[in-house]
Write a protein that binds this ligand. Structure first.
Ligand SMILES: NC(=O)c1ccc[n+]([C@@H]2O[C@H](COP(=O)([O-])OP(=O)(O)OC[C@H]3O[C@@H](n4cnc5c(N)ncnc54)[C@H](OP(=O)(O)O)[C@@H]3O)[C@@H](O)[C@H]2O)c1
Length: 345
């Protein structure tokens, strides 16, 4: 590793979809870890739609990024130097750093050593990482799914949605998956074995298309898309139904006054429907147990996933745009360095 590293900084606040001019590449000297800290070089950085929420000056659960700050992401990296007794140089870790080739961790928060190498390394930033855990805790803690219930998952070909659809199926639920276009729908049916799939791009009326698959209504909606899909599915909710607000990928690029309103609120009273937002880090302490269960399903071939890889830091802005345009699907990953053991490493 050289004595400098590159990172992608926010150059201006976004309006609408991400544009290349919104970002700049910055080269900084490699920092030195202080007591308790680690210097980590990143092998992967994630491309997450949720990152968009902090790139405009609007309310979110975290403050907006300052101009010049590194764009946030989840990472998988290798410890280069450690002044923290819990980690050694060479350890592979998952953590939050951003679109950057390296960074300093203070040793706290979301930082975990990867111990199970019997699965593909990149799974730790995908199906066993934040997207997989979002699906897991969204369905268990908030959705409280039970065998026999009907679960609708939106953006179901995405990493979070596909994992949620498969977990619900493994737990004995009837799953209706919503995705855009014939390729994604065919993958959900043929690769994941989801029997009921709705193509939201082909459906003139999303609510009616889902209703046709759910004659007895919906027990749990796991929503990744936002207000328009929540509003369409609310009238289908059964007694004591639960709506898990996982994400709002359809709303992130809209100005506040363009976001669809939620009008169909009566089922909150008539059917005692509960709607709750998820922040997966509320379950941080439970991550290892959930990852063990997810890894078990993965090794047994019961959990499948798809990846879209981009090589090199400079690809981040266009990869980020691709996520919203939805041309390809699955975990969008930026590869910043070869995996240890790879020929080029
Ligand atoms: N709550 C948490 O703690 C937490 C943590 C991580 C992620 N999340 C959320 O989980 C959600 C899914 O994340 P992911 O990484 O798996 O991303 P993803 O679902 O793959 O997101 C991209 C997909 O969103 C769909 N999409 C984009 N614009 C849309 C629109 N206007 N209407 C409907 N669908 C649209 C497209 O799929 P189609 O072509 O199929 O429509 C696109 O391929 C995101 O909203 C993210 O913010 C939440």
């Amino acid at each position: 590793m050289t004595q400098s590293f590159r990172r992608i900084a926010l150059a201006r606040y976004l309006r609408g979809l991400p544009e290349p001019e919104d970002f700049s590449i910055v080269t900084d000297p490699l920092p030195q870890p202080a007591d308790g800290e680690l210097l980590i070089h990143n092998i992967y950085a994630s491309i997450d739609p949720g990152t968009r929420a902090r790139l405009s000056q609007g309310p979110s659960y975290l403050p907006p990024l300052k101009l010049g700050e590194t764009v946030g992401a989840f990472n998988l990296g290798q410890v280069l130097e450690s002044r923290n007794p819990r980690f050694q140089p060479g350890d592979l870790v998952t953590w939050t750093c951003g679109w950057a080739e390296a960074g300093i961790s203070n040793g706290r928060g979301y930082l975990a050593r990867i111990t199970d190498r019997s699965v593909p390394l990149a799974a730790w930033i995908g199906v066993l990482g934040i997207p997989g855990l979002t699906a897991y805790f969204g369905l268990s803690r908030l959705g409280q799914i039970a065998a026999g219930e009907t679960v609708v998952v939106t953006s179901a070909a995405g990493m979070v949605g596909a994992t949620a659809a498969q977990i619900a199926k493994l737990r004995g639920c009837r799953v209706v998956a919503v995705a855009g276009g014939p390729v994604k729908c065919a993958w959900l049916r043929e690769e994941l074995g989801i029997e009921q799939v709705v193509d939201h791009k082909a459906a003139a009326d999303l609510g009616a298309a889902i209703a046709a698959c759910c004659p007895d209504g919906v027990d749990v909606l796991f929503d990744n898309v936002g207000n328009a899909s929540v509003d369409a599915i609310l009238p289908l909710m059964r007694m004591n139904g639960r709506i898990v607000v996982s994400g709002q990928v359809g709303d992130y690029n809209l100005a506040g006054d363009q976001v669809h309103g939620i009008r169909n609120t009566r089922p909150f009273i008539t059917h005692r429907v509960r709607m709750q937002g998820l922040v997966v880090f509320d379950d941080l302490r439970e991550f290892p147990a959930a990852q063990a269960e997810l890894a078990g399903w993965l090794k047994a071939g019961k959990l499948k996933y798809r990846e879209v890889r981009y090589q090199g830091l400079e690809q981040a802005p266009s990869a980020f745009r691709d996520v919203f345009e939805g041309r390809d699907f699955g975990r969008h990953l930026l590869q910043l360095a070869p995996e240890p053991g790879d020929a080029a490493a």
